[in-house]
Structures are given as structure tokens and as C-alpha cells.
Design a protein around this ligand. Structure first.
Ligand code: ZN
Ligand code: CU
Length: 484
């Protein structure tokens, strides 16, 4: 007689409803995990395990990938990463918008927008290897993948960033970028909109993007203009991708300013056309307001501005610029100067545009959260539950399966995160268990530091990092280097 011997694994998640990240319809299945990998998906009636989780009535999906973050320093200063893991995020991509914490050693205060990550004491990783070493020595709770920022390269190389780089400076930046790519960075990012980056002509960007291309990297961009010249900026982005021969990703795609409301019809159609001949991706956050440094040149007639932090007047955080200006009997411009350095939320998008970009089959979800602001934009704590709760369940903008795909497999494929973003045997065990009926973002513009509801458990590389509404103290995150 043949005895049916039970198989062993480290952890079993039983009776869950699996949404695997590919967009396929949900199925009922058990999941077995051993070490840091998923070993099988199916009926695990004959498997025994030390640890079991009952996921009856719950969705089990791959851990979410936050493709657009500014968590470079939070990974070190706040390694539990509660603001992300509480949303089901198991991987963050840092170094966006042209700002990365390395490779640079700053001996003066970082200019905006680099000050969004921290003061000069944080800009101390002269090479990407040094930064990676720090993350590997004291791992955070989530995985991290890295981009190299153009502003970081410029501020570290040039004594005056308000002009194009010289040939010698470009040579130095190419070397720094090349070394960072060898260390495992996924690509090169720009924030051509920002004062530290905007004097760079297209040719300078191409000269650097070429170096990322040699290592099969990506070009990721906060474009020069997301307002009236959004079309010209898209064309510049496509040209950079074409001439440097690498895929491009348009960060937090939007058409900002009342005059441009509705123009995502035009920009998405153009992206679709260009996609026929070149590799183009995009990401988006689910809010009609943006957030960045507070700068006088960013103020626009008629749109509201909410202060997120101010070093000069800390009590201004959480208040509207027009209100404080009225109280102080100043113009908004004057008030803006008085608050420096500072950050703000800008209400400058059309909700219909936001929905159109969210619905686009190639848009990935990225929070663009700013973790060090006093009163941050609610996207920091709310992005992923807001997609699943508000946009998928309440508004029916897309199915839950499609929502999950936009934050898992699509993102992992785009950024080359091997064996992540899909729930299948052999993949890394990055998982989230959530209640599809309950999941809701609770952070608001008024009260942004609110944990979302409905994320029950989060597993990173095989171990539970979040349960019962709090972090477990497990810090299993890894640096996801570019697959070579
Ligand atoms: Zn940006
Ligand atoms: Cu950003």
C-alpha cells in the first residue's frame, strides 16, 4: 500500500481568493511558502506547515509595487516603512523626479527640490554602492529598487546648475551614472521641471540616458512641463528614448492648470500612437492635486495651495496659503517667500483627467508620497487602498483584477523586477491579504497621517511584516538590483 505522506512548507495561506497580478479572474486557492519563495498555488489539502493563515473571504494578491516614490531616505530613517507596508506595498522604487540620495556628498544645504529628501547630512553616499551597502546592513521592511537622479548628478558635479553642463561635467556625470548602473540601479531619472534640472538641454539628457541604455536601463521623467507645453514635453521625452535607445516612463502623468483640463484625451492618444514604434510607459497617483516644494514660480492664479511644511513658520503646515497671506496682510507671493524653505499641495488637475489616466491599460500606480513633510499629501498613506476601494469598488473604474495588475505585474515587468509582481509557484513570497469589501483609504488633505483600512497581512520575502494593524518588526526588504 502506498502511504500518502504529507509535504512540508514554512507557511500556508488557506482558502483565500487569489488575484494573481496578471489581470486574470480570481480563483480560490491555497498558497504554500518555503523560505522566501512561493512553492505552490492550488489545493494544499495534503501539505502541513508550522504556520497557517486562514484567508477565507479575503483576497490574496502579490505585494504592491510603488513605482514612484521619494523614500530614498525613509528606507534608512524609518525602516519599518509603516506608511507603505500598511497599504500592502512590498517594493518601492526610489530616486524619482531627478532626485536620488546617491551618488553625491553634499557639504552645503541641498537646494529645492533635493531638500524634500532631507538636509545635507543625508546626502552622504558618494557612490550608489555605499547607499546599497547601508540598505543591506540595516534592511527596511520593504524591497527597494533604485534610480539615479539627474539633479543629484548636476548638484554634485556643477558649481552652477543654472546653465547647461559643459562637456567635462557631462563626462563626470556619465562616469557617476555608469558606476551607479553597475552597482545595480534600474535607470536614470530627470525632473526637468525643477530649477536644479531645467537648464539641462535635451542633448545633455540624451548624453546621460545613453549610459543607462548601455546597461539596459530605463529613462524615467518628471517632464519639463505638465501644463501648457505638455505636448512639447511628451515629444522631448520620446526623442530622448528614441535617440538614447531605451524605454521611457512618464512619471505622474497629468495635464495641469485649468486651461489644460481634458487634454489627457490628446496626450494618451499620442502615447498610444508612439507606443507602436517605441517603448513608453507611465505612472499616475489617484488624486487631483500634486505636491512638491513651495516655490513662487509654481504659484498659479486661481488654484489653491495647501502648505505641507515650512521651516520658517512651522505652524503654517496644514493651512492654505491664501488664508495665511490674508491674515498677515501680504500677497501670496510674499507669503511664499516668508515660508521658505517649504512644501505644498497644489490643486491643479481635473478629476476626469485623473480617471482617464488611471484607466489607461499601461498606467502603473505610483504614490509620489513625500514621507518627511509635516502634513503630507494624503497619497503618502492612501494611494493603493484608494485605487482598490474608491476607484475599483466604489466607482467601478476598473475591475479589482485590473487594479491589482496596475500595481503588481505591469510594474514588475516594466522595471524588470525578476520573480516579483505575480503570484505563482517559484516567485518571491511578497504577498498581501486584504478585505475587498472594507479596503478604504482614510488619509485626507486635512488629516493625512491616517492608516488605511482593510489591509490584513503583508508578507515580504516569506515573512509577515504587517498584521493586526501594525508592523511586526520584521525587516526582510532587499535591494532589487537590475537583473544582469
Ligand atoms: Zn515629480
Ligand atoms: Cu516625484
Amino acid at each position: 500500500m502506498v502511504e500518502n505522506t504529507p509535504e512540508h512548507c514554512d507557511l500556508i495561506i488557506r482558502n483565500g481568493t487569489v488575484i494573481d497580478g496578471t489581470g486574470s479572474t480570481r480563483t480560490k486557492a491555497d498558497i504554500a511558502i518555503s523560505g522566501d519563495r512561493i512553492t505552490s498555488v492550488g489545493d494544499m489539502g495534503n501539505t502541513v506547515s508550522e504556520q497557517e493563515i486562514d484567508a477565507t473571504g479575503r483576497i490574496v494578491s502579490p505585494g504592491f509595487i510603488d513605482v514612484h516614490t521619494h523614500d530614498d531616505r525613509a528606507l534608512i530613517s524609518d525602516p519599518q516603512m509603516a506608511m507603505k507596508i500598511s497599504q500592502g506595498v512590498t517594493t518601492v522604487i526610489v530616486g524619482n523626479c531627478g532626485i536620488s540620495l546617491s551618488p553625491i556628498h553634499l557639504n552645503r544645504p541641498p537646494p529645492p527640490p533635493m531638500n524634500l529628501l532631507g538636509d545635507q547630512s543625508w546626502y552622504r553616499f558618494i557612490t550608489m554602492d555605499d547607499y546599497i551597502e547601508e540598505l543591506e546592513k540595516r534592511p527596511p521592511a520593504v524591497n527597494a529598487a533604485l534610480l539615479v537622479g539627474h539633479s543629484t548628478l548636476r548638484v554634485g558635479t556643477m558649481c552652477d546648475v543654472n546653465r547647461p553642463a559643459t562637456d567635462t561635467e557631462i563626462h563626470t556625470m556619465r562616469k557617476l551614472l555608469g558606476d551607479s548602473m553597475k552597482a545595480g540601479a534600474l535607470g536614470f531619472s530627470t525632473g526637468l521641471f525643477y530649477p536644479t534640472n531645467s537648464a539641462a538641454p535635451t542633448e545633455e539628457v540624451i548624453a546621460l540616458a545613453e549610459i543607462a541604455a548601455i546597461s539596459d536601463g530605463l529613462y524615467v521623467t518628471h517632464m519639463r512641463n505638465e501644463h501648457d507645453q505638455v505636448s512639447e514635453s511628451l515629444e522631448e521625452t520620446f526623442e530622448i528614448g528614441r535617440r538614447a535607445k531605451l524605454p521611457v516612463i512618464i512619471s505622474h502623468h497629468k495635464c495641469a492648470g485649468v486651461k489644460n483640463f481634458g487634454r489627457t484625451h490628446e496626450t494618451l492618444a499620442r502615447i498610444d500612437t508612439v507606443r507602436l514604434s517605441q517603448d513608453v510607459g507611465l505612472d499616475v497617483y489617484p488624486y487631483a492635486a500634486g505636491s512638491t516644494a513651495l516655490l513662487p514660480e509654481f504659484l498659479e492664479e486661481g488654484s489653491k495651495v495647501l502648505i505641507t511644511w515650512s521651516t520658517a513658520i512651522p505652524s503654517a503646515a496644514g493651512r492654505y496659503l491664501h488664508e495665511i497671506a490674508a491674515e498677515m496682510e501680504m500677497s501670496e507671493q510674499q507669503m511664499c517667500q516668508r515660508l521658505q524653505p517649504a512644501g505644498a499641495v497644489y490643486f491643479m488637475m481635473d478629476e476626469e483627467d485623473v480617471r482617464r489616466v488611471l484607466r489607461h491599460p499601461h498606467s502603473m500606480i505610483g504614490s509620489d508620497g513625500l514621507p518627511h513633510d509635516t502634513k503630507p499629501h494624503p497619497r503618502l498613506w492612501g494611494t493603493f487602498p484608494r485605487i482598490l476601494g474608491h476607484y475599483a469598488r466604489e466607482l467601478g473604474l476598473f475591475s479589482l483584477e485590473e487594479a491589482v495588475r496596475k500595481m503588481t505585474q505591469l510594474s514588475a515587468n516594466r522595471f524588470g523586477l525578476k520573480d516579483r509582481g505575480q503570484l505563482k509557484a517559484g516567485a518571491f513570497a511578497d504577498l498581501v491579504i486584504f478585505d475587498a469589501e472594507r479596503i478604504t483609504d482614510r488619509s485626507t488633505y486635512e488629516d493625512p497621517l491616517q492608516q488605511a483600512d482593510g489591509i490584513e497581512r503583508v508578507i515580504v520575502n516569506g515573512l509577515v511584516a504587517w498584521q493586526e494593524g501594525r508592523t511586526t518588526g520584521v525587516r526582510q526588504g532587499r535591494v532589487l538590483k537590475r537583473a544582469t
